[in-house]
Ligand binder design. Structure first.
Ligand code: F6P
Length: 448
C-alpha cells in the first residue's frame, strides 16, 4: 500500500545541515512526554492509540446506524461546531465526488450530508430548511460538552421540525446523539428521550475526535468504508513511533516547523491543489490553532487553495511580510484525470499542451509555485498523498495529529487544552442573559 510521504528537500536555503540533528534531543523529550504521559494535558492522549484501541461494539453500532439513516433519509443534518463537525465535513468532501451534495437524490446512492450548528446565522438555517424541503431527514447532534450554544440552538430548531414532520415518537428514532459518556445537557436529554447515543471518549479532545463516533457516523452514513479509514490511521500509528528524525516523517515535520518558527516564520499556510480539500485545511487549522496558540506564542495556522488563491493571495505570499512558511498537501494521483483536448488552429496558444492532461498542468503549477515561493524566501514543505481513499485519509489524519502533539511539546505548551475559547463564550452567555452571568452582563452592556 502506498503511503503518504513528507518532503523537506526545498528547505536547504532556510535550515542548515546540522539543525535537524540538533532537534533530536528535544524531540526525544517531547516524545517521552507524549508517550509516557509526563507532559501537560496527559489526560487527553487517548487519540494516540485510538486506531487500535476503540470500542468495537460501538463501531458496529455506528455502521448499523449509518445503514438505518441511509434507508430512512435523503438527508442527514449533522449538528456540531469546531471539532464536532470539521472532521466529518473534511472527510465527506475529500472522499466523495466534488459535487456529491449537489447531485439530485436519484444520482446519489447515499444521503446528502449537510451541516448546521456551526454558526449563529439565521439565514443559513433558513436556507438549509429550504434545501431539505419535504424530503426525509435524520439528525446527528454532536457535542462533547453538550452545552455549546451554536449546536444547541440548531438542535432545538431541527428537533422541532422532526416532531412537526414525523410526530414525537418517530422524531426520536431519527435523532442520533454523539456526546460525553456521563456529563452535559445533551447526555441528559439523550437519556431522557431515548435517542440512540454514541460516546466521545473522555481522553479525546474535540479536535482529535474525527476517528470517534463524532466523525465516523456521518462519514459512514455517506457511504464511506470506515474500516479502511481506521486501518490507514492504524498503519500510521505504527509507522510514527520511532523517535529517530531521519526515519519518522511526522516528527520531522514537527521539528522543521519548530526550527522555522524560531527563525521568525510564525504563520504556516496549509495549501492544496484540489478544491475538495478546502475543508481539510479548515480541520487542520483547528487542530493546529487550538493545540498551539497559547501562552502568547505559537505558529498561526492559515490556508490557501491553489491554484485559485495564487490569483488573490499569491502576490502577498511571493512578496509580502516574510513571516510565512508553507506546507502543501499534494495528491499524486487524483481520482480522475482529463486530457487537454486537441484543437485546430491554436488560437488560444495552448498547442504546446497537446497530449497532456490537467493533472500534468496541476503538477507543474505545484512545482513552479514551490520554486517561486522558495526564491521569494518562503520556506516550503510538502506532504505527498498517493490517492484520495479512506485508507490514505486515515493515515494523513494521524500524521498531523501526532505531529502537532510533538510540535506543541517542543514549543513548551499543553497541546491538548483550549482555555482561550472560553472568553468569547462567557461574554456571549452574559450578553444573552444566561442565569449566573448577570453581573458580567451588566458590565459588558455598559461597555457596549
Ligand atoms: O463538542 P463541543 O463541546 O460542543 O465543542 C465544540 C468545539 O468547541 C471547542 O470546545 C472550543 O472551540 C472545541 O475544542 C470543540 O471542538
Amino acid at each position: 500500500m502506498a503511503h503518504i510521504s513528507f518532503d523537506a528537500s526545498k528547505l536547504d536555503k532556510f535550515v542548515h545541515d546540522n539543525e535537524l540533528g540538533e532537534m533530536q534531543a528535544l524531540v526525544n523529550a517531547a516524545d517521552a512526554e507524549l508517550r509516557n504521559g509526563t507532559g501537560a494535558g496527559s489526560d487527553f492522549r487517548d487519540w494516540l492509540n485510538l486506531p487500535e484501541d476503540y470500542d468495537k461494539d460501538e463501531f458496529a453500532r455506528i455502521q448499523a446506524a449509518a445503514k438505518k439513516i441511509q434507508s430512512t433519509s435523503k438527508v442527514l443534518v449533522v449538528i456540531g461546531i469546531g471539532g464536532s463537525y470539521l472532521g466529518a465535513k473534511m472527510a465527506v468532501d475529500f472522499l466523495h465526488d466534488t459535487f456529491y451534495n449537489y447531485l439530485p437524490d436519484d444520482q446519489r446512492d447515499f444521503p446528502q450530508i449537510l451541516f448546521a450548528g456551526n454558526s449563529l446565522s439565521p439565514s443559513y438555517v433558513h436556507d438549509l430548511i429550504h434545501l431539505i424541503g419535504d424530503r426525509d431527514f435524520s439528525v446527528n447532534v454532536i457535542s462533547k460538552s453538550g452545552t455549546t450554544t451554536e449546536p444547541s440552538i440548531a438542535f432545538r430548531i431541527f428537533k422541532q421540525r422532526l416532531i412537526d414532520k414525523y410526530g414525537e415518537a418517530e422524531a426520536k428514532s431519527r435523532i442520533y446523539a454523539t456526546t460525553d459518556q456521563k456529563r452535559g445537557a445533551l447526555k441528559s436529554e439523550a437519556d431522557a428521550e431515548g435517542y440512540e447515543s454514541f460516546v466521545i471518549p473522555d481522553g479525546v479532545g474535540g479536535r482529535y475526535s474525527v476517528l470517534t463516533a463524532v466523525g465516523l457516523l456521518p462519514i459512514a452514513a455517506s457511504g464511506i468504508d470506515i474500516d479502511q479509514l481506521m486501518t490507514g490511521a492504524r498503519d500510521a500509528m505504527n509507522a510514527y513511533t520511532d523517535t529517530d528524525l531521519t526515519k519518522n516523517e511526522a516528527y520531522q515535520y514537527a521539528a522543521y516547523r519548530n526550527i522555522l518558527y524560531r527563525k521568525g516564520f510564525t504563520t504556516e499556510l496549509l495549501e492544496n491543489y484540489e478544491p475538495n480539500m478546502q475543508y481539510f485545511a479548515e480541520w487542520w487549522k483547528q487542530l493546529m490553532g487550538e493545540s498551539e496558540g497559547k501562552n502568547e506564542k505559537g505558529i498561526y495556522p492559515s490556508s490557501a487553495n491553489f491554484s485559485t488563491d495564487l490569483h488573490s493571495l499569491g502576490q502577498y505570499i511571493q512578496e509580502g511580510l516574510r513571516n510565512l512558511m508553507e506546507t502543501v498537501v499534494f495528491i499524486d494521483k487524483p481520482n480522475h484525470d482529463i486530457d487537454i483536448p486537441k484543437e485546430d488552429g491554436n488560437l488560444d496558444g495552448l498547442q504546446y499542451l497537446e497530449g497532456r492532461t490537467m493533472h500534468f498542468a496541476n503538477t507543474k503549477a505545484f512545482q513552479g509555485v514551490t520554486l517561486a515561493h522558495t526564491d521569494g524566501n518562503v520556506p516550503n514543505m510538502s506532504v505527498h498523498i498517493p490517492d484520495q481513499t479512506p485508507y490514505t485519509l486515515g493515515y494523513l489524519i494521524y500524521f498531523f495529529e501526532v505531529a502537532v502533539a510533538i510540535s506543541g511539546y517542543l514549543n513548551g505548551i499543553n497541546p491538548f487544552n483550549q482555555p482561550g475559547v472560553e472568553a468569547y463564550k462567557t461574554n456571549m452567555f452574559a450578553l444573552l442573559g444566561k442565569p449566573g452571568f448577570e453581573e458580567l452582563g451588566e458590565k459588558l452592556n455598559k461597555r457596549l
